[in-house]
Design a protein around this ligand. Structure first.
Ligand code: HEM
Length: 414
């Protein structure tokens, strides 16, 4: 049972949908950081929780996995608690929601797919597919960048990663959208619909798993999991849970950073001008990609559950309390990033962005995300593509995935 702190001044609830739909979060977090940076929200659609809004505090919390647990047994890694009506045997545990020692071998199984040499192996294909998509874009006619560019490129990358049937790749998008939608925790009908989609996905992957077992092992993730001691014999629910993790991890996040390219180009064309003339392998482009990920912060938060009383900023977080680490806020923290809501392509410390998290759970796919975004920017620059937003975007109604459903744009080519 969470213990309520004695004094409470202002009441902030950054989980409210409007805050994300209308992009009111930058101001809300700025106010929280200024007035009460470790704020306790007593009441919200997701119950009570602590808000860690400062960069330094989030790093401190993430460095202590024995005190601040990620485990699904305490409801996992989002502000939404697990549905108590879901039976234990129906849960789909994934390693992002595990603590050591369970977490370690499972992470180790997939990480070889994300080494620098694997990135070198994947790069030509990613570059080629990116080029094909960019060359198909209509010049001077409005189109939805989210669908035509961001979704197309990220689902294509996932299909490559899993050796997933190419013609069916858009299924990955649908599954990922459902899996990452934490609104299910507040809506019973939607929760059921989501669960059905997760089963549909589970069935599909169970079939793919069986099929791949009959083939010679490839370089894809499913083959890799099948070859590993830690994962080859895992219960089916856990296997599906980990696939969901990789799909959501690789899909929603990179996709929304790609739409961030369109947004920032539209809002700050002079910043993108700084990259003109830069080519493959440019450090300036790599820096701009870090800045883009910082500015977008595609996952707004991760959650931990406190396992023993812990003091921070003069307050005591009690055993059992829920702590929400707002990366979106840390990446705007004025003690770390000046004028943080602005995209500055050559920002000196952009690499220190916290969008991939920190510590033992730091994003395992970070290198792949960076590669995809770098290739996208490089290939756009090669073609002299300039994007202008034709309207305001439709944003995702979520305090977890900080992203876009639709962004109409027009492009020019020079
Ligand atoms: C811009 C793109 C991305 C962002 C912003 C992002 C963000 C994150 C964050 C915040 C975490 C949790 C970190 C923590 O708890 O400290 C995470 C973990 C993870 N991400 Fe990503 N991610 C991205 C791309 C990807 C890609 C492309 C993949 C794979 C295809 C991926 C797979 C994973 C996995 C498997 C974990 C769990 C790691 C663990 O628990 O040890 N992510 N990511």
């Amino acid at each position: 049972m969470a213990s309520l702190p004695q004094e409470q001044t202002l009441a902030f609830d950054p989980t409210m949908s409007e805050v994300w739909l209308e992009r009111r979060w930058p101001e809300m977090f700025a106010e929280m950081r200024a007035t009460d940076p470790l704020h306790y929200t007593m009441d919200s659609g997701y119950g009570a929780f602590w808000n860690a809004t400062k960069y330094k505090d989030i790093v401190e919390i993430e460095a202590l996995p024995k005190v601040f647990s990620s485990s699904w047994q305490y409801s996992g890694i989002t502000v939404a608690d697990a549905d108590p009506e879901i039976e234990a045997e129906d849960r789909m545990p994934m390693f992002i929601a595990m603590d050591p020692p369970e977490h370690t071998p499972q992470r180790r199984t997939v990480s070889p797919k994300f080494t620098p040499s694997e990135m070198t192996f994947m790069e030509p294909e990613i570059r080629e597919r990116t080029g094909v998509v960019l060359d198909s874009l209509p010049v001077g006619e409005p189109f939805d960048w989210t669908d035509v560019v961001s979704i197309e490129l990220t689902t294509g990358m996932l299909a490559l990663l899993f050796d997933f049937p190419w013609e069916e790749r858009r299924r990955l998008t649908r599954w990922s959208d459902y899996a990452g939608d934490i609104n299910a925790a507040r809506d019973k009908d939607f929760a059921q619909e989501r669960m059905n989609v997760m089963y549909e996905m589970g069935m599909y992957f169970a079939g793919l798993w069986e099929y791949k077992k009959q083939q010679d092992p490839g370089r894809d993730l499913i083959s890799m999991m099948q070859q590993s001691e830690a994962m080859a014999h895992m219960p089916e629910k856990m296997f599906i849970g980990n696939l969901i993790l990789l799909i959501v991890g690789g899909n929603d996040t990179t996709r929304n950073s790609m739409t961030g390219v369109a947004r920032t180009m539209h809002l700050w064309p002079e910043e993108w001008e700084k990259l003109r003339g830069e080519g493959e392998g440019s450090k300036v482009i790599k820096n701009a990609v870090q800045e883009l990920i910082r500015w977008q912060t595609p996952l707004a938060h991760m959650r931990r559950t406190c396992l023993e009383d812990y003091e921070i900023r003069g307050k005591t977080i009690r055993k059992g309390d829920k702590v929400v680490m707002w990366y979106a806020s840390a990446n705007r923290d004025e003690e770390m990033f000046e004028d943080g809501d602005r995209f500055i392509a050559d920002r000196e410390n952009a690499r220190r962005q916290l969008a991939f998290g920190y510590g033992i759970h730091r994003c395992v796919g970070a290198r792949l995300a960076e590669l995809q975004l770098t290739v996208l920017v490089e290939e756009m620059l090669k073609r002299g593509i300039q994007v202008s937003c034709a309207s305001e975007p439709t944003r995702v109604e979520s305090c977890f995935v900080n992203g876009y459903r639709k962004q109409m744009v027009t492009i020019t080519r020079s």
